[in-house]
Design a protein around this ligand. Structure first.
Ligand SMILES: Cc1cc2nc3c(=O)[nH]c(=O)nc-3n(C[C@H](O)[C@H](O)[C@H](O)COP(=O)(O)OP(=O)(O)OC[C@H]3O[C@@H](n4cnc5c(N)ncnc54)[C@H](O)[C@@H]3O)c2cc1C
Length: 331
């Protein structure tokens, strides 16, 4: 099963009326999402120095040490972190085992350095394509070794059912597992309802993959509203003891404001929820949260297999392409 791409809801928005900037933006987004799944591009583009320079904006480096170093720097500012080794769709159970070994080593390093740094993992990086039981076992092994919640990312829509099943299986054996839900999917509210009896740990995001309108909301404003509604619901359910930890993965200042207002009004303490952002994105908003009482955690990515992930970051904000082009012009 292949990842359908990366990058976001607007990718499917149809042009309305005459040509406008929004249409150009949508086309560029779709092109970037298409590129994220193209094997030839994945092989060629990362070789260019300007692409390597541009990706540094979103990741501190390819080695585990680079991520740990940045985790220590953020810890010194009082900001806890998440860490992920980039990669998806491994082609064998043995490759998934190598990923597990990397994460086990990482969990050991995190502990020995005394960091509050949680693991965030992709199901297909841990072998979901090779079988649900093996991938669930891998998540259980990591959760037993790691401190804090092990977060399971949500990939493209064909993976939603197996991922939720994997997480159910893992959670029946270890409590410290959480999963991501994507606000752009039509099915997400129903998935949320179905998860509630397990008092789940959930991370809500807007969604980063190219999905057809039958599967995901095509308009960004609708996705924003779905996120807002579900975020408030999650906080309310947390207060009522029906939810585990509430993580809101967004850089959207308006939604962060609305969620923090809801948390305040519902009296949900900062130990029960947090805003999560990606390293290098929304840096001024991260600074603002650091100076406020809104809990923040930053996800740091590292690893050699960054191409599809990087294309999804470009597609989230096509203006980022300008930054890549400027790197190309530098010597
Ligand atoms: C911790 C975390 C975990 C995630 N895990 C998953 C996952 O498992 N599955 C999944 O599908 N998606 C995941 N995502 C990605 C998510 O779905 C969105 O694509 C991404 O967060 C951008 O949406 P936004 O909520 O920030 O809102 P947007 O409306 O897209 O952005 C709000 C503002 O943030 C800034 N911004 C956002 N993205 C960028 C960017 N790439 N470059 C520069 N500025 C930017 C811009 O200023 C923008 O105006 C995750 C995101 C985070 C933060």
């Amino acid at each position: 099963m292949r990842d359908s791409g990366g990058g976001g809801p607007e990718a499917n928005a149809a042009p309305t009326g005459k040509f406008n900037l929004n249409w150009g933006h949508t086309m560029l987004k779709s092109a970037l999402l298409w590129a994220s799944t193209n094997p030839t591009m994945a092989q060629r583009l990362p070789r260019y120095r300007f692409v390597q320079r541009a990706v540094r904006r979103f990741m501190p480096g390819e080695r585990m040490d680079d991520a740990l170093r940045e985790g220590e720097a953020l810890a010194a500012l009082g900001t806890p972190t998440l860490v992920t080794e980039l990669g998806e769709n491994v082609d064998s159970a043995a490759a998934a085992q190598r990923v597990v070994d990397e994460y086990l080593r990482l969990a050991g390093e995190v502990r020995s350095r005394g960091l509050d740094m949680q693991l965030s993992v992709k199901p297909t990086h841990l072998g979901l394509d090779q079988g649900l039981a093996g991938a669930a076992e891998n998540v259980v092994r990591l959760a037993r070794e790691a401190d804090g919640i092990v977060w399971v990312d949500m990939e493209s829509s064909p993976y939603v059912d197996p991922t939720l099943e994997l997480v159910r299986e893992a959670r029946s054996r270890v409590p410290n597992v959480g999963v991501c839900l994507q606000a752009y999917l039509h099915r997400t509210e129903a998935d949320y309802e179905a998860l509630l009896p397990d008092i789940p740990n959930l991370r809500l995001v807007k969604g980063a993959y190219l999905e057809p309108p039958e599967v995901a909301l095509p308009q960004k404003t609708d996705v924003d509203e779905a996120f807002r509604r579900l975020a408030v619901r999650m906080l309310r359910d947390r207060k009522a003891g029906r939810m585990g930890f509430v993580a809101l993965g967004t850089h959207d200042p308006r939604l962060i404001r609305e969620a923090s207002r809801a948390a305040r009004e519902l009296d949900v303490p900062g130990s029960d929820w947090e805003v999560e952002m990606l390293y290098g994105i929304g840096v001024s908003e991260q600074g603002r949260l650091r100076r406020s009482d809104i809990p923040l955690r930053v996800l740091i990515s590292y690893g050699a297999h960054w191409f599809p992930w990087y294309m999804r970051r470009l597609a989230e904000r096509p203006a980022n392409v300008g930054f890549v082009l400027r790197q190309m012009l530098k010597r």
